[in-house]
Design a binder for this molecule. Structure first.
Ligand code: SAJ
Length: 448
């Protein structure tokens, strides 16, 4: 954490507006705003408040605003007690009124950037937020976009909106991009200790963005432009998506050749350099990995080029639910049971272990395919008490009861707390798509 210096002399070459803002940031008297109080914005607001800033969260969802002002954290990674104390101390509050931007000195924008059905970027939330920012922006304001997006967004979409409001970026206002790197549920890496990349429209912008983060976060990485910062995030997550696609294809190759893909990967992972293990699974879930790469492939297409790795990995990852259903069908077939009318219990619907998030979860795709082929599907997930599935509300069933009634159990999310030994004992057959039963030997186990 950078030490706080007071009575800083003006950094050489800094404009008076920039110098004044820098001084307020160093003194922690800068009034900080965060737009978007989700799994990125709320932890970030907490870090700024914890660093001594007075923070105003802005969100269009009245429920979130009310929860924040009641001191109630709704984000798993934000400690409830610390959050309540921070709100009670007056350091953190929320509003849905964007006019508050008039009194703010810095603004982080962390709103969703989903995909449309056509797999094109949906910039609705970013545009809506930036329209409000441009409406209330004033000289001396630092704006940092954090939402994952295609390279060029900050320069081509956000900057013109600020300039149209009569503000010169790099002179009156300062504009950066800084990719969010929040990993929900990660017990080791949280907002404060994840290195923060930041790139500005001008060097003065970059310096101010970096200075703000240095007050609250452990490590800040300056890059030369907003485009570099935007591309950094896309590389990080495209790297994962493509490598997951590769091992998902490897799983199918290994099945054809009767090789245990899990043993292969574990053995390859003993290589102390030049290798990073990824594991096959039922598909690609979450709000980052299945989505972010398509922001890159979309922008690539605008330049007249195809992002072939992304398209191929997307196709492979996208058909994994069908590969899993085939495994289930074969497992039932070995018991002379047709899929139609058989009871299949899904263990775990969250998109990855030990979290409660079902966004883009491949488990929902597997369940959809199973149901469309006539299987009687139920699920059990200690983190997810109920889901809306095919327009119906579906409750999580008690695990061992579900296992006892099922013709086939399929592990789609390997939550740590599942009693895998008991499940294996009671189940008729278990299709294990996560190698959760690693080390156990039984004819009942069907591995991916
Ligand atoms: N998955 C596999 N095989 C793997 C790894 C993941 O099938 O080897 C699946 C997961 O089950 C999940 C999906 O891919 O369905 C995404 O998993 P993830 O581990 O990438 O987790 P996310 O989506 O929470 O990704 C976040 C990302 N963080 C940010 O975007 C800031 C990602 O960059 C992180 O690397 C990742 O967490 C992480 O490392 O946990």
């Amino acid at each position: 954490m950078a030490t706080v210096c007071v009575n800083q002399v003006e950094t050489a070459g800094q404009s008076p507006i920039a110098a004044a803002l820098a001084d307020k940031v160093r003194r922690r008297t800068a009034r900080v705003g965060v737009i978007g109080l989700g799994y990125v914005g709320l932890p970030l607001a907490m870090e700024f408040a914890g660093a001594g800033f007075t923070v105003t969260g802005i969100d269009v969802q009245a429920g979130k605003v009310a929860a924040v002002n009641a001191g109630r954290s709704y984000i798993q990674d934000v400690d409830a007690e610390a959050f309540r104390a921070m709100v009670e101390s007056g350091r953190l509050r929320a509003t849905d009124d964007f006019a508050v931007i008039r009194e703010l000195d810095t603004l982080n924008i962390a709103v969703p950037t989903p995909l449309r059905k056509t797999k094109d970027p949906d910039m609705t939330y970013v545009v809506a937020a930036c329209e409000q920012v441009a409406r209330y922006a004033h000289p001396g304001l630092l704006v940092i976009l954090e939402s994952t997006t295609y390279p060029g967004t900050t320069d081509e979409l956000v900057l013109p909106m600020l300039e149209a409001a009569g503000l010169r970026v790099g002179v009156d206002v300062f504009l950066c991009f800084s990719p969010e790197r929040v990993d929900p549920g990660n017990p080791v890496y949280q907002t404060a200790n994840i290195p923060k990349v930041v790139g500005g429209v001008t060097p003065a912008c970059t310096e101010l963005g970096a200075l703000l983060y240095e007050q609250a976060l452990e490590k800040v990485v300056r890059v030369s432009s907003t485009k570099v910062a935007e591309m950094v995030k896309l590389l990080e997550n495209t790297f994962r998506m493509i490598n997951i696609g590769m091992v998902n294809e490897l799983a199918q190759q290994c099945e054809r050749m009767q090789v245990d893909v899990w043993e292969v990967i574990d053995a390859a992972a003993t290589k102390p350099f030049g290798f990073m293990p990824f594991y096959p699974g039922p598909g690609l879930g979450g709000h980052c990995i299945p989505i972010d790469p398509y922001y890159l492939s979309w922008k690539t297409r605008q330049t007249g080029m195809e992002a072939r790795f992304i398209e191929l990995a997307g196709a492979i990852n996208g058909q994994m639910p069908h590969f899993v259903v085939e495994k289930i069908q074969n497992a039932l077939n070995d018991q002379s049971k047709p899929l139609r009318g058989s009871r299949v219990l899904v263990m775990g619907v969250a998109y990855k272990r030990n979290i409660d998030d079902v966004r883009e979860s491949p488990a929902l795709d597997v369940m959809h395919v199973l149901q469309s082929r006539g299987a009687l599907v139920s699920y059990s997930d200690p983190f997810v008490p109920r889901i809306e599935f095919e327009g119906e509300l579906m409750e999580s069933v008690e695990l061992m009861a579900g296992v006892g009634e099922a013709d086939c159990v399929v592990i789609l999310t390997d939550h740590s707390e599942f009693p895998y030994g008991e499940v294996l004992e009671r189940a008729a057959v278990v299709v294990d798509t996560r190698n959760a039963l690693k080390g156990r030997v039984s004819a009942k186990i069907v591995k991916l």
